[in-house]
Design a protein around this ligand. Structure first.
Ligand code: HEC
Length: 224
């Protein structure tokens, strides 16, 4: 029953997901924090709120205007799983027709292992990777030496979530969500937070542990 409710919540928000993925690059939106017109006031007005992260958590880098910098070494973080929603199983047009490779920053992972909580300052990266194109059948699968199935092809986008209820006090759960582009590399060097209504509601309603979809990540399920 729980699963049915979650599936419906996910399907209900898909339109929103498609709409916000179209923004693609984290470009400023009407409801994102606006840059002040007067340059002399920029530093004062755009100064970010103090982080709530404790000293033992490796935090994201932020620009003076509050945009987050793309983490450089996320592929060396703790790899926790790869949900897949291919076009072939979504009527030919999945909102995210890729593998979603998810990585947790190691100090945040270690804190979760110990406590079962996502620490203030936690960073989680989700890299999108296209289904490999080879002898693909109509459902997108390929026949390979290991059998018929789905393999990973090219990189196709990068997203990041950051929990910091000091810096993002207005965001539900203190989580902020970013995209460095839904595109092949190179990704954008920085990204502004999406408005809460674009991302937080689905995560709040359907994810198992504090906005994080741990039900899809075996490494997180095994960690605590
Ligand atoms: C319709 C529901 C939905 C919406 C809306 C949504 N997500 Fe997610 N998100 C998911 C699901 C499901 C996962 C689990 C991994 C997967 O299947 O991709 C996820 C996982 C993630 C992760 C990996 C960490 C985690 O929390 O599990 C990041 C980062 C992420 N999403 C970013 C975003 C961003 C950025 C937005 C807004 C533009 C957004 N999401 C909006 C459903 C959603």
């Amino acid at each position: 029953m729980k699963n049915t409710v979650k599936t419906l919540a996910y399907a209900g928000s898909l339109g929103l997901l498609v709409a916000c993925s179209g923004q693609g690059t984290g470009a400023p939106t009407a409801s994102a924090p606006a840059a002040p017109a007067a340059a002399s006031q920029a530093a004062v007005e755009a100064a970010p709120a103090a982080s709530a992260a404790s000293a033992d958590i490796v935090t994201a880098g932020f620009m003076p205007n509050g945009a987050v910098r793309k983490p450089s070494n996320y592929r060396e973080w703790v790899y926790v799983g790869s949900p897949l929603t291919p076009n072939g199983l979504n009527g030919g047009a999945a909102p995210f027709p890729e593998f979603h490779n998810v990585y947790v920053e190691p100090s945040a992972f270690e804190h979760y292992e110990r406590t079962g909580q996502w620490a203030e300052g936690t960073q989680i990266a989700k890299e999108l990777v296209l289904v490999r194109s080879n002898n693909n059948a109509e459902d997108g699968s390929s026949a390979e030496v290991s059998g018929v199935g789905y393999q990973q092809g090219e990189f196709q986008g990068l997203e990041l979530s950051v929990k910091d209820s000091g810096r993002f006090s207005e965001m539900p759960g203190g989580w902020a969500y970013f995209s460095f582009g839904h595109q092949p590399e190179p990704y954008n060097a920085s990204a502004e937070a999406f408005p809460a209504e674009a991302c937080n509601a689905c995560h709040e309603a359907s994810a198992d542990t504090d906005f994080v979809f741990s039900q899809f990540y075996p490494v997180i399920r095994a960690a605590h």
